[in-house]
Design a protein around this ligand. Structure first.
Ligand SMILES: CC(C)(COP(=O)(O)OP(=O)(O)OC[C@H]1O[C@@H](n2cnc3c(N)ncnc32)[C@H](O)[C@@H]1OP(=O)(O)O)[C@@H](O)C(=O)NCCC(=O)NCCS
Length: 169
């Protein structure tokens, strides 16, 4: 059983530890990853995330295990009142992958999104080759709606979208 709670400044060392446990996957798939990533980077990211949350344009959650250890991060960016849209992003520490946690974390994040009256659509950009990430979106009823060219790593970037309150969602 996993839970989400808003990220906090006290999560910095756990985020950095999760990054260290996940170097190969994060290097492959996450544009912000670098080998030198440490607790100061995590603290700066959390600080920026809290500022974004205060401004109402995003929110980041810690994904927690039943014993409250941090398994990964999931959140929304580019939350827009004008468009009613937000972009979802997520990553799990490698030891936590392969157990359906990504699918559950997205479902819980979507529960949060559905409780925001101003949000109507959630979108995601995923590399074509990132099959587990595509699968967890599709399992949560996201639809592939197109491609956005080639990303920083040379992968075809696919665009997925979910209408939060459609009958099918
Ligand atoms: C993407 C991520 C969150 C997925 O979460 P997860 O809990 O590990 O997902 P799982 O490994 O349980 O796999 C999810 C699904 O993909 C499938 N899958 C896994 N590896 C696969 C592969 N190589 N080919 C095809 N399908 C695959 C699984 O069978 C599962 O499908 P199912 O639910 O129908 O059985 C996680 O792998 C991760 O954090 N990866 C690194 C960071 C990242 O890529 N973030 C997303 C950037 S867009």
């Amino acid at each position: 059983m996993i839970t989400l709670r808003p990220i906090a400044t006290t999560d910095a060392s756990a985020v950095a530890d999760a990054v260290v446990q996940s170097r190969d996957a994060l290097r492959r798939w996450m544009v912000w990853y670098r080998d030198e990533y440490d607790a100061r980077d995590a603290a700066a990211w959390i600080e920026a995330s809290l500022a974004t949350a205060a401004a109402g344009t995003g929110i980041q959650f810690a994904v927690l295990s039943d014993v409250q250890s941090l398994l990964g991060v999931i959140g929304f960016e580019d939350v827009s009142d004008q468009t009613g849209r937000a972009m979802i992003g997520y990553w799990l520490a490698t030891p936590a992958t392969g157990h359906g946690i990504g699918r559950q974390a997205i479902a819980l994040a979507l529960d949060w999104a559905r409780a925001q009256p101003r949000l109507h659509f959630v979108w995601a950009v995923v590399a074509e080759a990132n099959l587990p990430s595509r699968r967890v979106l599709e399992a949560n009823r996201f639809h592939l709606i197109g491609a956005r060219g080639t990303d920083e790593r040379g992968d075809l970037a696919l665009l997925y979208e979910l209408e939060l309150r459609s009958a099918a969602a």
